[in-house]
Design a protein. Sequence first.
Length: 594
Amino acid sequence: MLLPLLLLVASADATAGVLPRVPPAKEAIEIPVLTAPTQSVRLYVKFADALRVRATAEGSVRSDHASLDAVRAVLADAAATCTPAIRLDEATLTQLEDRAESASGRAQPDLAGIIEVRVDAPIERLALIARRLQALDDVEYAELFVEGTPPPGDIAPPTPSLAGNQTYRDANPGIDATYAHSLGLRGEGIRIADCEYGWNYTHEDLVDVSLNPEPFQTIDPGVYANGWDEHGTAAIGELAAVTNAYGCTGLVPNATFATFTEWSVQEGLRRLTCITNAIATSKAGDVVLLEMQTVGAGGNYAPAEYSLSVWNVVKTGSNAGVVIVGAAGNGNQDLDSPAYAPYMARGDSGAILVGAGSSDTGHHKLSFSTFGTRVDLQGWGGGVFTLGYGSFASYGGDKNQRYASGFSGTSSASPIVTAAVAVVQQAAKQRQFAPMTGVQIRNKLIATGIPQGSGGEIGPLPNLKPAVDSIPVTWTALGFALAGQNGLPKLSGSGSLTAGTTWQVKIENGKPNAPCTFVLGSSAIQLPFLGGTWVPSPNIVFGFALNAAGSLTLGGSTPAGLPSGAQAIMQVWIADPAAVAGASATNALVAQVP
């Protein structure tokens, strides 16, 4: 019986103290080895959180808490000007930081305190200026931030149905999205934001999908000149291609999509702003995909979060409950090697990093994939059939009818893992009435995945059947709500009810400040009452009052020893003169121990 569980109600809307933030140690500033003509280097400086340093309209810096004389001396000597590195309004950044602090219980980095220092100088001089700034006590870190890195992919009449070529949708060697679809898990209720250079919004298999381009940003013509829109088309095609009689079918076609360009007409190269805006506009449980890589310590490609400013933003987003998936990069870099020790010492950003594995049942690491214990999961790194490029066919010679048979790299792998993340998240929200964190989803996909074969560590391939089947149905809404002043009151629950975990039940849409009665029972009796239906047997009944918003959250922790399958049925009745007989009622809710 689950009745003792609800007697452990601990608090209503309780808040706890906030732990201080511990910044990563300062890292040595090395000159990155650029590998493409599109790449450029910027100098980013992150100031200490407490100083609240801001760039001024005159191109200098200011603080209400420090003189910054030493900083200004370096800037003057370098003939430098300053501007915000993240080109979003400060209210947006503060809201993201507040969300992350509230969810994690820990103070967050001052994102507006990341400043771009602009100097017309060779990269060697930039490095010298960065080292001088980083040596100052007011500076948390300085870094040479690489922009314009190519995406981590292998750029290499009527359309028939091509879905049969998408074997990554099937069971091993695929992720078994077919099973997820049979359960109705096709991404409904999950937002996926894709961060990269560009997309072909008019492709025949995307034109009926709202890809929600980032407002006020136009993809730069350079994206099209480099063919990088084909990369985005291929990547998002794995996820979003419309279910119809032609072309491909996406892995999660019913998800909501958004696209954020890292190279725009309005702002130029804008990776940090692109990522930050994608995260800031996402809710807890939404997914942000980083289809990008950067120059790593070994002179080849590593995850985008190797850049410390990106890492800080990703960590803040993860703390706020946003699930972030990132390509590990196509540089065959060993993230466990001494060169990457400072990166690894930062700790876990919370992102799910994806390596490139073979498209057969061996699931071996492919030669180009970056690897190491920080790489969590793998997807197909070659042979992925999707939209764009035209390597399979370009029907009628039309760019909008191009299909690829060999999309590859950690770019093709990352959408496959992203789809698995979205499916697991949808199942969790349906069965537990609450989203999972990125770390929780990562752990589940690792635990239930198909083991990796040979090569450096890139993790298992997601296997959706055991992953989905392992998510228990914890909370089930039975209906029977009775309307009052604010319509139908709602009772929902969250938490897994496994021993030692916390749980919550939340009442919403009730009459503000109204007295109410919480009823908890071991069975459903469904008796007519005050124009509605009293559902639970009244084993435990207690009273309280709603808050001024007509809501309340009650919570506690799950004790050990509750038998699997044990259930409790609950409902809340609310004094409400606007209801049929003076009382409204929430839906009945069943809680079940997994």
